[in-house]
Ligand binder design. Sequence first.
Ligand code: BGC
Length: 611
Amino acid sequence: MHFHSNMISYLNKNIANIVLFTVLIFLLIGTSFTTIPKSKLTIEEKVDSLLSLMTLDEKIGQMTQVRHFYDISEDDISNKFIGSVIHTQGPIPGETVDDWQSKFRDLQNQALSTRLGIPLLFGVDAVHGQNTFEGATIFPHNIGMGASGNPDMVMKSAEITAIEMHATGLNWTFSPCVAIPYNEKWGRVYEAFSESTPLTCELTYAAVKGYQSDFNTSHSVLATAKHFIGDGATDYGIEGGNTSLSAEEINNRLLPPYKAAVDAGVGAIMVSFNSVLGSNMHAHKALITDTLKRGMGFDGIVLTDWKGFSRFGGINVINAGVDMVMAVDGDMHYFQSKLKESVIQDSVSMERINDAVKRILRQKYRMGLFDNPFPDSSLSIKLGCDEHRKIAKQAVRESLVLLKNENKTLPLKKETKKIVVVGEHANNSGLQSGGWTVNWRGTAKNYKGATTILEGIQRLSYGDVVYDTLADGLVRDADIAIIVVGENPYVEFFGDIGDGTGEFTLDLKKEHKDYIDSYVDIGIPTVVILISGRPMIITDELNKTDAFVVGWLPGSEGDGFAEVLFGDYNFTGKLPHSWPANLNQYEGKYGPNYWNIDANPLFQFGYGLAY
Ligand code: BGC
C-alpha cells in the first residue's frame, strides 16, 4: 500500500517534470532565445510547484521537528520525511567544529536522499550566542542587551551568533525572546530585553535583522520571536501559567514586539506554554490565525513549544494555526499518525495542511537552503574568534548599570596598591553566564574561551589583586573591596520564585549579605557587583556600600567589567526594568507607568549613572 502510493507520487513527479520541461522549451522558443532559468521562478511559484508534488505523508513530515539522537532511529529522517531537527542539551555531536558539521551534514544528506530532497532546518536555542557549543562567543543575556539600549550592537551580536551557528552546522535559532516581563518572579526575565514595549520593539527588530541579514548572506539563519503570547505576563510570574491581562493590554503592550519582528521579516514564531484569560495559547485560533497571521500578515512558520501538540490539545493546535510541531520526547509517532488520521477523517482540512507546509517551504527557499543545505566549513575559524569576542566585550561594557557611586569610589585607580575581590561569582564564567550556557540549565564551572571578572581586574591593575572567594580570609589591609554577589544559573520554571520557599528568591543569599557586611565592617570602601537575571531586593546592601553596579548575566567576556571599573570606558547602561524596593512591590509590578500600587520603585526604568 505504502509502496503503491509512493509509486504514484513518483510517476506524478515525473509527469510534472515533463510538463515543466515542455513549458520551459516553449518559453525558450517563444521568447526569442531568452532563457528563463528555473531560478527566475518566484519563491511562491517554487513553493506551489513543490507542494503539488507532495504526498500527505511528506507534508506531515515537513511539519515535524524531532531531536536528533533521542527521537529518531537511523532512517527516520528519510522514512518519516522530517522537516526539522532540533539540537538541545544531551549527547553533543562531538568536541570539535568538524564533528558538529559532519553530524548535521549526515542528517542533511538523509533528508536530501528522499525523492523530493527537501532540506532540513536545524534548530537550536542560540539565545545569547551559539551557547550550546563550548568555546563559542557568549553574549550577555537579553536583559543586559536591554540595558545597553544599543540596537546596532544587538544586530551585530545576532549576526555573530548566526555565523557561529553556521560554523557548527545549525541554521535556525529560537531567539529572540520578545516577552514583556511583568513580574520578576518569572524565571525567564533575563531572556527578554525589557519591561518596556518600545525598547523591546527596537531591539527585537535589530536582533531579527542581525540573525537573518534579510537572507542576503550565506551565514543567515532563521530567527524565532517567542513565546507568543503572554509568557512574561502570567499572574504571579509563573512559567506557563495564565495571564489575566485584558485584550486591550495584550494589544498595547505585548503585541508590538511581534509586529516589529514581522516588520523585520522574522521567519518563525514560537507559541507559548501559557494561557490567555484561561484559553491555552497553543490552541488559540483567534490570536494565532486571526491576529498574527491574518491581522499582522505573518507569512512564516508558527512552531509549538516543547511537546506542544500532545500537551495542549492535539489537532486543535494545528487547527488553531500552528504549522510545525516540536514532536520531541516520544511524540513523533503520535503526532504523525494522529494528524494523518485527522486529515483522512476531515477534522483537519487539507487547506490547513497546505498552508502549514507552504510556510515551511517558503522559509527554506527564502533562506536559500535548497542551494546551500550544508554547514559552511570556511566559517569554522570564526568560532569564538577575537573579532567576535571584541563585540561581546563591548556588549558587556554597555550593559553595566551604575546605581550608586558615593565619594567617586569608581573609577578605580589602576595604581591602587591592594584590591580584594570577593565572591565565587567573581571568578566563575559559568556562574556569570546564567542558564542556556553550555548546558540547558547552565553550568557552575568555568568554560572554554571565557574570561572572568577577576581576570579582567588582574589584567588592568598595576597593584596587588587578592581573591577572597568566600570572604573567609578577610584582607584587612586592602584599599578597596570589590564584592561580586548574585544568582546561580537557572532556566525556565526552575527560576520561578513562586511563594519564595523554593531554591530561588529575590533576596540576596545570606552568604552574600555576609560577604558585604564583613568588608563593610572593616571600614574600607566597597563596590558591589550584582550578577543576576532580574532585579533583586538590594535596598539594605545599597545603603551600606559605596558603589553598586548591576552586571546582569554577561556571558563569556567577564573581563569587560574591568575596563569600565577602571574608567577606560564610561558607564552607559540604563535599567531596562524599574527596580522594586521590597518584595511587596513585586506583587503589583506592571512596568513603567503601570504601577498599580501606591509604592515607588527603588529606581525607575531608565535609571543609570555615569562618571
Ligand atoms: C522552551 C523554549 C525552547 C524550547 C526548545 C522549551 O522548553 O520554552 O524557549 O526554545 O524548549 O529547547
